[in-house]
Write a protein that binds this ligand. Structure first.
Ligand code: 26Y
Length: 758
């Protein structure tokens, strides 16, 4: 390895700059990955997704290729460190949140399990915006992550895509996805050569009509106007049309007669963003001489759909007129699909095109795929019993659950070396390939030596995170305080505002001499969608409160509030190992699964959460005594919505503690630091609406969180044991398990199946 590196750099490692070492290692990784490519037999998966939140690639690839320790040692010998080397790698900006990170974990697990499965998506030039804070507000700037050496390679292949009647060339870029001791699969990303970062001005503004220049600039461009919404359709179609052509081409190369497409390809549609792949495939099969009915059947057998939300606003519905303008070639197909449905049933809520001429993408997915899955047990139950009940009645056999998972390579082995090593010293290395072996850790639940060491590792990780944050943001943290962390997209349903209310409540308690059992460090990581005003107001309130607290020496002894700027995978890798209390406080029924919750538990944090999404299964795995659950149940929440008589103002008027906290938001102190309009409007939103029912859960949250803080402070052995049992109970949440289930129930990769009935 040493010789290879030095040959590439043409000098000794000690003499190389980090940039030179990085490029040389990239070359070596690419060569090693190539050696693990395998021919595909039978069915291959294509996971189509608008997001792939893959994170930095170097270290993860070194781990998966089994050469991390060797490289680490070599660098150390020359007075260099892998940790510093990692700093120079830009994080790919190809995703936003859980859905994108899930796609990345899935690619890792597919390759690790030696299953043939590629990703298909878009090569965004700036992806998701970069976040910074100014005047206690979120600002957005473009993230030019493509500058510098690239993992993705230009394949030289292009596909013609017709958008609004004009022809464009989609160029295919490819990057390797190598599994842990596994094969190499590919992530396929499309782009247009004509896209021009030069048209970006004033933050992340650009001309939305110049499609050839703007098409792949940003992920989720602002859709608050018609042009923005159409741009989303342009993007989606570029992805699915180029993707569908690539899939058909690959299958035909492997000898597939397109009548047998389902024997060669399984296509997983990640939420509704890639849904147009259904009519696009039918259209392409039609061009190759396959009649509509058969084409629709083939596509139904090939495709499967994953639902990630029950929030109505995230279930895409496009006006027929937009589709007619951007993808006129698809409309005849979509109308035929709609007619086929209408022949079967006249229920309006099952239609693809509704009376208001909106095309319901999720409806098309459920009718014309063979599988619809939710992403956690509770979520799937809610889909079957309420949100999609009409579909469940029609196609009970299509519905199934696939509880999400995370790859332990990135979220333990790579981000928490100390803990990994220590676990290995206790139970051996088997857990790295078979996560269920983590269970063996439970045997150490009463071993004081082990518990003590576990807490030492946690403290070391808190220090590391604190040092990193100090370098980045100039903020110093107290490692002996309890680190409560809420990191996830900023959204009202996730209820960062409930955490805000708790912190204000604590402010008053401290002022009144009721001190918490331990000092609390409340850490947030969250980006708000640029057009989502309430989300931005919540960020503003948190930043303002952070300043108010900081300025008050009496309170700042006990509470510190920190928002990590530009929260992304890299930041998460620092934050998660440092967490004591994992905040998973969404309104029950609203968080489909959550995956951060799994990452935190795996790294020895204890969850404070509602019975929502995968929290329910986490509680199952660790037992009720090792998790802090609070709040209304999903049943209660759903009933309250059905009755429609939730009145936030009543809660506000009858609960003095709550009222005190809410009034503080636009009280004198906050106004002395923050913006009146923004703070007022947040308060009004809460008192006048509180659509995600923070008020009914407020008291339970305060009580439960204080209980956790007290346990942490007065009963450290109990806390350490809970942490240990959380790690040992995390095995179920490996994405290897999830992918094995998808494969078993939906994909059957690498097998050929007799085609019948077509
Ligand atoms: C187009 C727009 C409306 C939109 C943009 C992004 C819609 C949805 C999304 C992203 C959704 C997302 O990240 N969902 C999360 O998926 C995770 C993986 O299944 C879940 O764990 C998490 O609960 C869910 O919020």
């Amino acid at each position: 390895m040493k010789a290879r590196l030095e040959a590439l750099c043409k000098k000794s490692i000690a003499e190389c700059s980090y940039e030179e070492i990085y490029r040389a290692l990239m070359t070596i990784v690419k060569e090693e990955s190539k050696a693990r490519e395998k021919a595909v037999k039978g069915r291959k998966l294509y996971y189509i997704s608008a997001e792939f939140l893959i994170g930095k690639l170097l270290s993860n690839n070194l781990i998966n290729l089994g050469i991390y320790d060797e490289v680490d040692g070599l660098l150390k010998e020359s007075g260099k460190s892998l940790a510093e080397l990692e700093e120079i790698e830009p994080e790919p900006s190809l995703g936003n949140g859980g859905l994108g990170r899930l796609a990345a974990c899935f690619l890792d697990s597919l390759a690790t399990l030696d299953l043939p499965g590629d990703g298909v998506g878009l090569m965004y030039h700036c992806g998701l915006f970069r976040q910074n804070f100014r005047n206690h507000c979120q600002n957005e700037t473009p993230d030019y992550w493509l500058d510098g050496a690239q993992w993705a390679e230009d394949t030289g292949k292009t596909y013609e895509v017709s958008l609004a009647g004009k022809e464009y060339e989609a160029r295919l870029y490819r990057l390797d996805v190598t599994g842990y001791d596994g094969r190499t699969n590919k992530l396929n990303l499309f782009d247009l050569d004509t896209v021009d970062e030069g048209i970006i001005s004033e933050g992340i503004q650009f001309d939305k009509t110049e499609i050839d220049k703007n098409l792949t600039l940003f992920l989720y461009p602002d859709d608050s106007d018609d042009e923005g919404r159409k741009l989303r359709i342009y993007q989606q179609y570029l992805m699915v049309s180029a993707g569908a052509q690539m899939i058909l081409e690959e299958c035909e190369k492997r000898g597939c007669k397109l009548h047998d497409l389902a024997d060669y390809a399984a296509i997983q549609i990640n939420d509704t963003h890639p849904s147009m792949v259904i009519p696009e495939l039918i259209r392409l099969l039609g061009e190759k001489g396959i009649a509509f009915e058969e084409a629709a059947e083939i596509v139904t057998k090939t495709c499967a759909y994953t639902n990630h939300t029950i929030l109505a606003e995230a279930l895409e519905k496009w006006p027929e007129s937009y589709l007619e303008e951007v993808v006129p070639q698809l409309m005849p197909v979509i109308r035929k699909l709609d007619e086929a449905v209408k022949e079967k049933t006249d229920r309006e809520d099952l239609a693809i095109i509704d009376k208001g001429h909106l095309v319901h993408m999720a409806n098309m997915d459920i009718h014309f795929t063979h599988s619809t899955n939710g992403v956690a047990a509770l979520h799937t139950e809610i889909l079957k019993e309420s949100e999609l009940n009409q579909f469940y009645q029609l196609y009970p056999e299509k519905f199934n659950n696939k509880t999400n998972g995370i790859t332990f390579r990135r979220w333990l082995l790579s981000c928490n070396h100390e803990l990994t090593e220590y676990i290995e010293s206790l139970i051996g290395p088997g857990f790295k390939k078979d996560a269920s072996e983590l269970k063996k850790l439970a045997a150490y639940g009463d071993d004081q030596k082990v518990l003590k060491r576990l807490m030492e590792i946690k403290t070391a990780n808190k220090k590391k995170f604190s040092d990193w944050l100090f370098k980045k943001q100039g903020v110093a943290l107290k490692p002996d305080s309890i680190f409560s962390i809420q990191s996830k997209r900023l959204h009202e349903y996730k209820r960062q505002q409930l955490n805000l209310l708790y912190l204000i409540h604590q402010y008053f308690e401290i002022k009144n001499g009721h001190l918490p059992a331990a000092p609390i460090t409340a850490v947030f990581g969250a980006k708000a969608a640029p057009a989502y005003i309430t989300a931005k107001n919540i960020i503003h309130a948190l930043l303002t409160l952070s300043k108010v607290v900081e300025k008050d020496p009496e309170v700042s002894k006990w509470i510190q509030i920190v928002l990590v700027e530009n929260y992304n995978v890299t930041a998460a890798e620092k934050m998660i190992p440092a967490c004591d209390l994992s905040e998973q406080i969404s309104l029950a029924s609203k968080e489909a699964s959550g995956t951060g919750n799994m990452k935190f538990m795996l790294n020895g944090a204890v969850t404070l959460g509602t019975m929502d999404g995968a929290n329910v299964e986490i509680a199952d795995c660790v037992g009720g005594e090792n998790i802090y659950i609070f709040g209304q149940s999903s049943r209660q929440v759903i009933r309250l919505y059905e009755k429609g008589d939730y009145c936030a103002r009543e809660w506000y008027e009858t609960d003095p503690n709550l009222r005190r906290a809410v009034d503080f938001i636009d009280g004198e102190l906050m106004l002395s630091e923050g913006d009146e309009g923004s703070l007022r409007s947040l308060k009004n939103e809460l008192v006048g609406k509180d659509w995600f029912q923070t008020f009914p859960d407020f008291n339970a949250y305060v009580v439960r969180k204080n209980q956790a803080v007290t346990d942490y402070a007065v009963n450290p052995e109990k806390w350490a044991k809970m942490a240990l049992l959380n790690i040992s109970g995390a095995g179920y949440f490996s994405s290897d398990r999830t992918i094995a289930e998808y494969n078993e129930d939906i994909w059957h990769l690498g097998e050929t199946e007799e085609v019948s009935g077509i």
